[in-house]
Ligand binder design. Structure first.
Ligand code: IDP
Length: 150
């Protein structure tokens, strides 16, 4: 089983979409390992998005992410990075397919509802930035045999 980092962004928190988004993750069959409503400071936001530091949208992105609480999560499952990236949809909500989180709830690139790690490597890095070990829950869901063949 792998883990990934998902974050419901401040736009979706303000629009009361936490429940809708978490429901999709649960309904998919994935397991929540950690979750918290949390307002990031500038340092954390800059570190999280450090790969975009040279981009023209970087400062706006950091302002947006720190503008209010986010709902940060660690989610576990087989092949969970790919599964959740598919669930999340394309970066630009205008192009994201209906049925995806961004496709169903967003319009604008700078208000795209949710973040999901794009590789196992970034997942590890991001989980370590947002959570400490004591916040990660190790437990078994008793429906696993009904979600995974193996
Ligand atoms: P991802 O979130 O789908 O992995 P990335 O390309 O890593 O997409 O971009 C990170 C975040 O930066 C996006 O989710 C979006 O919030 C923001 N972003 C990316 N490109 C732009 C842009 O051109 N204008 C404004 N915000 C952008």
């Amino acid at each position: 089983m792998e883990r990934t980092f998902l974050m419901i962004k401040p736009d979706a928190v303000q629009r009361n979409l936490i429940g809708e988004v978490v429901s999709r993750i649960e309904n998919k069959g994935l397991k929540l390992v950690a979750a918290k409503l949390f307002q990031a400071n500038e340092e954390l936001a800059k570190e999280h998005y450090s790969e975009h530091v040279e981009k023209p949208f970087f400062n706006g992105l950091v302002d947006f992410i720190t503008s209010g609480p986010v709902f940060a999560m660690v989610v576990e499952g087989n092949n969970v990075v790919e599964v959740t990236r598919t669930l999340v949809g394309e970066t630009n909500p205008a192009k994201a397919a209906p049925g995806t989180i961004r496709g169903d709830y967003g319009v604008d690139l700078g208000r795209n509802i949710i973040h999901g790690s794009d590789s196992n490597e970034s997942a590890k890095r991001e989980i370590g930035l947002w959570f400490n070990d004591a916040e990660l829950n190790d437990y078994k869901l008793n429906n696993e045999a009904w979600v995974y063949e193996k």
